[in-house]
Design a protein around this ligand. Sequence first.
Ligand SMILES: [Zn+2]
Ligand SMILES: [Zn+2]
Ligand SMILES: [Zn+2]
Ligand SMILES: [Zn+2]
Ligand SMILES: [Zn+2]
Ligand SMILES: [Zn+2]
Length: 389
Amino acid sequence: MSGSPTAPRPPGPPADGDGATAPVETGPQPDAPVCSPPSHPPVVEDDFQFLLCEGCRQESPHLKLLTCLHTLCLGCLSENKPVGQCPVCCTAIPQANGIPDMDNLLFTNLQARLRVYKQITSDSGPTCSRCRGEVALVWCCECEEFFCAKCFEDHQWWHKKKTHKVRKVEELRAESAHQFLEDTRKSCNLFCTSSSHPDQSRVCSIYCQKCEKALCCSCALLDNQHAPFCDIRSETQRRQEELSSMDRELRRRRSGFEATYVSLQGEAARLEEAQREMRELIRQRVEQLVRLIRQEEEELVGLVEARQEQGRRELAQELRHVEGVLRRMEAGERLVEKMSLYATEQEVMDMQPFIKGSLQELQRLQLPVAMDRGQPRDLSECRARLQAL
Ligand SMILES: [Zn+2]
Ligand SMILES: [Zn+2]
Ligand SMILES: [Zn+2]
Ligand SMILES: [Zn+2]
Ligand SMILES: [Zn+2]
Ligand SMILES: [Zn+2]
């Protein structure tokens, strides 16, 4: 299991052919109408995505190789923000202007060779690189040019390049792009860079281990400073093997990094999960508290209403009582007044004791303890509960 689907893709070899399928060509751009189906399967497009700039996914003749081994075109690098770091993996670019010194020669040359292959496999076939009119019949792997029959004659005799390795276009058309690139690799030569013969370029076959340079035979023999020598082929092989063994070692170490990556992802997920749980807990607790407070609100409001009802009843009762007393007093006053105005002696003798008894009873009545009837005392429980919330 390499990499979970939710996470960003772990660093690794990019899957060829996924994502945008930018065409590997410099000719007609995507908008150009496609008139006829391609005569060859579009292997070039799918298999050689790796030749594209890893920023804009476009082909470019100016591909730079960064120290992180990502490949970016000059266009992407000059527009790169922030300047001075790889836009893919954020590794610092040591050059002050943010443009690495190292060209990705391999990819640039492969692009050029793929263009040649496309010419070879195009419907009309390649035209002669020399006269530019005739249909080409052969490809000289060393001149890297197409020749028509006539120009090929010149190449063989006039220019004395009979030893050059040439291939028939017809044969090459039948080859796959991969095969073509492999074949052309074998024919590419190193040229001596020695300053002793600046005019001619001579093919190198010897490697000086002291100055770590490829030399042509004459330079190696004439200059006795150079030694020890080895065959250039064995040196390139040694260098390839050096890279391969480092690659094997790194692949072993990579599993360690992958494991760490997975465990970091796990940690991030756990952190996320813990935070989610805590948020949920807070939400639930707050909801519960809100429910409790609402309940308390209802109870307190109920209590206040009950108290109010009780107070109202008590007051009404008292009002009725006091009203009754006042009426009795009024009736007493009226009767006493009428007695003094109109009563006969007989009536006084008969009724006075009864009236006296009633008035005595009225005299004994106390004034009700007004005020202090109380809301403050009755609602104090509510206040206390409110405070305790
Ligand atoms: Zn680019
Ligand atoms: Zn990078
Ligand atoms: Zn020609
Ligand atoms: Zn040639
Ligand atoms: Zn030389
Ligand atoms: Zn040397």
